[in-house]
Design a protein around this ligand. Structure first.
Ligand SMILES: NC(=O)c1ccc[n+]([C@@H]2O[C@H](COP(=O)([O-])OP(=O)(O)OC[C@H]3O[C@@H](n4cnc5c(N)ncnc54)[C@H](OP(=O)(O)O)[C@@H]3O)[C@@H](O)[C@H]2O)c1
Length: 284
């Protein structure tokens, strides 16, 4: 059956917006090929202004009219949204869930009718087509669904298929990852400021260095430790900096951060009614 839209995004929030912006930027889809839905009336205007696409509060209509439906609501809202749209979907459509912690089985069980499902874990650099997406297939997804999902996320960056058991790890590493790396860039830039470099220059030095180092790893295929050795002249200044990093336990802190985030990713879908964690204020 021919449908009005190629793609629908249910939940055009931060991630949904990043994906749509990246797809429009790449030019494979136009605004008229994409529709969306949001949770609040006021968000419809935001989506129109920022992306130029139509959105609505009617998830059922949005789901019915698209060939591919990306579910980008919070994990806690997935159960409700899936039950809402289940009757409107047919097996010739493809459902892609980007929700952390939500398994393909969770989605399939609620959609019934053997709807093909792909689980994806993209990240926000998708907005500038520099995203990284981990993907895995549900029980009813075949090779053509795999290709379809891959082609969507390839438009906004790199893709990799993994076993579903690894998806919480992917969530903690590459979906949360930009946040960790922004902290690293921010800290390096602060160091430059401390040494008298203007903030703007310092941020450029730090972020372009991060980009260059990442590209060296990707393009040389060399182990990061080997690349590090190439920067570290015996008795030079880099080794002193590295010793400080070792003393500050940078490596173990990063490893523990990703492991902790993966543990949290495992439980997100079950926290629908959980009260926000109270953080004890140290301010009087
Ligand atoms: N942020 C990331 O970097 C990232 C990376 C990978 C995966 N994800 C996944 O992407 C999903 C969304 O995360 P986010 O950071 O983009 O959150 P977000 O900014 O809060 O976006 C959620 C969106 O869902 C909409 N929404 C809420 N209830 C809805 C309903 N019943 N029907 C339709 N839309 C509804 C909200 O609408 P309103 O705006 O009107 O409230 C909002 O636009 C999550 O499952 C997350 O695990 C996020």
């Amino acid at each position: 059956m021919a449908r009005k839209y190629k793609l629908a995004v249910i939940g055009v929030g931060k991630l949904g917006e990043a994906l749509i912006a990246g797809l429009l930027r790449k030019g494979n889809l136009t605004a008229s090929n994409i529709s969306g839905s949001v949770g609040q009336e006021k968000s419809i205007e935001r989506v129109r202004e920022r992306l130029g696409i139509e959105s609505s509060l009617d998830n059922r209509e949005v789901a019915r009219n698209a060939e591919v439906i990306i579910l980008a609501v919070k994990p806690q809202n997935m159960d409700r949204v899936l039950q809402e749209i289940a009757d409107d979907l047919e097996p010739d459509q493809l459902v892609i869930s980007v929700a952390a912690s939500v398994t393909t089985k969770f989605v399939q069980d609620r959609l019934t009718k053997n709807i093909p499902v792909v689980r994806a874990m993209p990240n926000t650099p998708s907005v500038i087509n520099a995203g990284m997406t981990g993907l895995c297939m549900g029980l009813y997804a075949n090779q053509s669904h795999k290709n379809e999902a891959e082609s969507i996320f390839k438009c906004v960056g790199e893709t990799v298929f993994v076993d579903e058991s690894l998806m919480d790890g992917v969530t903690a590493l590459s979906a949360s990852g930009p946040a960790y790396l922004y902290v690293v860039i921010e800290s390096l830039a602060e160091a430059g400021v401390k040494l008298g470099i203007p903030r703007e220059t310092s941020t450029l030095l730090a972020s372009q260095t991060m980009l260059g180092a990442a590209r060296m790893v990707l393009e040389s295929n060399a182990h990061p430790a080997l690349l590090k050795d190439m920067v570290t002249t015996p008795a030079g200044c880099t080794i002193d900096g590295l010793l400080e990093l070792e003393e500050g336990k940078l490596r173990v802190t990063l490893i523990k951060a990703v492991v902790k985030a993966a543990e949290r990713a495992r439980e997100l879908v079950n926290t629908q009614n959980a009260a926000p964690v109270k953080v004890k204020s140290t301010l009087s």
